[in-house]
Write a protein that binds this ligand. Sequence first.
Ligand code: NAP
Length: 288
Amino acid sequence: MNTSTSGAQLIDGVALSQKLRTDVTARAQALKARGITPGLAVILVGDNPASQVYVRNKVKGCQDCGFHSVLEKYDASMTESELLARIEALNHDPAIHGILVQLPVPKHINAAKVIEAISPAKDVDGFHVASAGALMTGMPGFWPCTPYGCMKMLESIGYDLRGKHAVVIGRSNIVGKPMALMLLEKNATVTLCHSATHNLKAMTLQADVIVAAVGKRNVLTADMVKPGAVVLDVGMNRNDEGKLCGDVDFEGVRQVASAITPVPGGVGPMTITMLLVNTLEAAERAAP
Ligand code: NAP
């Protein structure tokens, strides 16, 4: 799953995902033998084209692993109370172990209210405040899928974070902040950077591990990376040719880093894989 390139070792998210999904499928089969099929409900409100692709891939991931999956699509005119009522019904549905509301929701719906309506026991996206609190305090809960996938990628190359300096660029609730907490939990010393950070380069040059989660091309270039650092690129952007690219200048940084994730084929596939892992774990926890 880790391929050498002319410079850095390539951390292949597609190969690692396949390996993890094989394990998920086997565990799902074992649960099925006990009469429980892991079930995920995905709710999409409106017709955002990117969201349509994401939910399709999530449902396909479930099918491939032998899960029960339900895709509920609603018109953008759905009211907030209608959506909350649907979530409440799914909270009580024993065939459903994970509930995911694809974001963004239309503007007239309060996304925070929607996330808080999901039972923490079924919060497989890990966005609920109870999940965030569990991560912060080291209690059992669901970890947000994207940073969780990044941790699995580091694990896949046998990287020991203890005492290492990790620099995370971006502080969103779904990527940057939980990423920093996960790295901290593995005993890294963590610096969390954002748009008001002075001299980002001075921070990244000290890093043994860099996670870029900004959403802007070339936020991280080769001159900002200490030789031998490990670089994880969460960003999803389009280049001038319209092709998917990350936040990292891949061609430049791979010459300096010791390991790097590509875009596409890096963190992206891992996000859905960790959603499947969380859904399976929700079903295992709910099993008698
Ligand atoms: P977000 O909510 O927009 O957060 C972006 C963060 O970047 C913010 O904390 C912002 O700082 C910071 N930032 C902006 N410009 C910066 C700069 N010049 N220097 C340093 N920090 C800067 O985005 P997100 O949801 O975390 O997503 C980040 C990227 O990851 C996007 O490209 C998104 O598409 C991608 N993503 C990928 C996956 C995947 O599966 N691969 C999953 C989720 C997200 P402030 O807080 O100060 O504004």
